[in-house]
Design a binder for this molecule. Structure first.
Ligand SMILES: Cc1ncc(COP(=O)(O)O)c(C=O)c1O
Length: 423
C-alpha cells in the first residue's frame, strides 16, 4: 500500500483547541522535547521543492544548478541536493572537502572566493574542479604558475565585477566597483585578451555574482546580460566557452513581502543568455535553503523593558543565527505550540553578552512564558553556517524532517568537543 504523503514544509496545524507548528508532518514541540534547544530543524520537502522549482523553470534550456554551499553545508543537506542532481559552488577548500564527502565529483564543483590561498588553489587544481572562478589578475597568474608546474591547463572562469547595484543590503551586495569582488569590466576585457596565449590556462566561462537577498529582477537580469555579452564577444574571437555562470542571489520573502518567483527569475536569466546558446550555471543558495529551516529556541526569561514592552530572552542568539545582529535582518518569530490569547509587545533577545544580540525587534506576539518554545523562521540559509562558539556556546543540533520522520543530522556540540582542540 502506498504510504500517505504528509503536508510538506512548515505549517500550523489546528486540532480543536490545539495549535502547533509542524514541519513535514512532525510537530516542532516533539523534536524540541527530544533534542533540546536551540535546534535547527529543516524540511526535506521544502529543500526539494525549492530546488526543483528552479530546475524545472529552465524548461529544457541547458543548465546546471551549483548549490552555494556557503548558505548551508551541513552534510545531509548537501547529500539531499546531490541526490536531486545538484552540483555545488564551494567557497573554500574546506567546503570542497565537504562536497567531496557528500559525494560530489570534482566536475560538479566550481570554486569561488575572493581570497583563495596558494594552498587552496593548488589543491583545487590538483583535484581538477569544473572551474576556478578567478577574482583578480594576480590570482590568474598564480593559477598559471601552478598549471605550468603541474604541466596541465587549469580550467578558469573570470569573475567580472559589472559595477551593478544589487539594491540589497550593502553588506551582501557584491557587484559594485567599490566592492572587493571580481575583476572590473575594463580590466577584465584586457585580461581576457591575454588568455589566448597562455597555454596553462583554459577559459571555460565568464562568471558574475552581484549579491545576495536580491528582491528585484533588474540587477540579476543586467548582470546576466553583461556576462552573456562578454561571452558572445569571446565566442566571436574563437574562445570555446562551455557555459555562462550567473551566480546566485535570488532573495526570499522573510517578511511576507513579494519576491520574484523561481520561474520569473530563470526566465529573465535565460532571456539574457539565450543568444549565446551557452548552457547556464546558476549558484543559488539562500533561495533553496532559507525557507527550509527554522531555528527552534526556548524562552528563558521575561522581563520588563519599557512601560509598554518586555524583553523575551531566549536560548538562541547571535551565536546560532548571526543575521539579525550582523545585518539587522528580519526573521519571523512565532510560538511553536498553542499560545495564550492576547498580543504583547516584545523585544526578543539572545543570551549572548552583546547588546547587538537582538533576534527580533519590536514584535507583537502572543503572551510568552519561560519554558515556551518559539521558532525563528526562514533560518535555513546563513544560519547554522555562520554560527560561532562565542561565550563558549556549543553549536546547536540540527534535525532533518522527511515525510513524517526526523533524524539528527548534526549532533549538538559539547564544550568537550571545543576543548579537544586545545592544550
Ligand atoms: C559567488 C557566489 N555565488 C553564489 C552565492 C549564493 O548566493 P545566494 O545565497 O544569495 O543565492 C554567493 C553568496 O553571496 C556567492 O558569493
Amino acid at each position: 500500500m502506498a504510504q500517505a504523503t504528509r503536508p510538506a514544509g512548515f505549517y500550523r496545524h489546528h486540532d480543536g483547541h490545539r495549535d502547533a507548528l509542524v514541519c513535514d508532518g512532525v510537530p516542532l514541540a516533539e523534536i524540541a522535547a527530544a533534542e533540546g534547544t536551540p535546534l535547527y530543524v529543516y524540511s526535506a520537502a521544502t529543500l526539494r521543492e525549492r530546488y526543483q522549482a528552479i530546475d524545472a523553470a529552465f524548461q529544457g534550456y541547458p543548465h546546471a544548478l551549483h548549490y552555494a554551499l556557503k548558505a548551508n553545508s551541513t552534510l545531509a543537506i548537501a547529500r539531499l541536493l546531490r541526490d536531486l542532481g545538484s552540483s555545488v559552488d564551494a567557497n573554500s577548500v574546506w567546503e570542497i572537502e565537504v562536497a567531496r564527502t557528500a559525494g560530489f565529483t570534482p566536475s560538479q564543483i566550481v570554486f569561488t572566493g575572493v581570497g583563495k590561498t596558494p594552498e587552496e588553489l593548488e589543491s583545487a587544481v590538483a583535484l581538477g574542479v569544473k572551474a576556478i572562478n578567478v577574482e583578480s589578475a594576480g590570482e590568474l597568474a598564480r593559477l598559471e604558475a601552478i598549471g605550468a608546474r603541474l604541466g596541465r591547463a587549469v580550467r578558469v572562469a573570470i569573475r567580472i565585477n559589472p559595477d551593478i547595484d544589487a539594491r540589497s543590503h550593502p553588506k551582501i551586495s557584491t557587484g559594485l566597483k567599490i566592492n572587493k569582488f571580481g575583476v572590473p569590466l575594463d580590466e577584465a576585457r584586457q585580461l581576457l585578451q591575454t588568455l589566448e596565449a597562455r597555454r596553462f590556462l583554459t577559459l571555460v566561462a565568464i562568471h558574475v555574482h552581484v549579491g545576495s537577498q536580491i528582491t528585484s529582477l533588474d540587477p540579476l537580469r543586467r548582470a546576466a546580460a553583461l556576462a552573456a555579452n562578454v561571452s558572445a564577444d569571446l565566442q566571436q574571437q574563437g574562445f570555446p566557452l562551455e557555459y555562462v555562470d550567473v551566480g546566485g542571489g535570488l532573495g526570499v520573502s522573510y517578511d511576507g513581502g513579494e519576491v520574484p518567483s523561481a520561474a520569473d527569475y530563470v526566465a529573465a536569466i535565460v532571456d539574457a543568455v539565450r543568444h549565446t546558446s551557452l548552457p547556464i550555471v546558476l549558484e543559488p543558495g539562500r533561495s533553496i535553503a532559507a525557507p527550509a529551516g527554522a531555528l527552534v529556541a526556548r524562552v528563558i526569561d521575561v522581563k520588563a523593558r519599557t512601560a509598554e514592552s518586555e524583553f523575551i530572552i531566549i536560548d538562541a542568539g547571535m551565536t546560532e543565527l548571526m543575521r539579525p545582529a550582523l545585518y539587522g535582518a528580519f526573521h519571523r518569530i512565532e510560538p511553536v505550540s498553542a499560545a495564550a490569547a492576547g498580543d504583547r509587545h516584545y523585544e526578543i533577545v539572545g543570551p549572548v553578552c552583546e547588546s547587538s544580540d537582538v533576534v527580533g525587534r519590536d514584535r507583537m506576539l502572543p503572551v510568552l512564558q519561560p519554558g515556551d518554545i518559539v521558532a525563528i523562521r526562514d533560518a535555513g540559509a546563513y544560519g547554522s553556517a555562520m554560527a560561532s562558539n562565542y561565550n563558549r556556546r556549543p553549536l546547536p543540533a540540527e534535525v532533518l524532517v522527511d515525510n513524517g520522520t526526523w533524524r539528527v543530522i548534526k549532533r549538538r556540540q559539547t564544550v568537550a568537543d571545543q576543548l579537544s582542540l586545545e592544550t
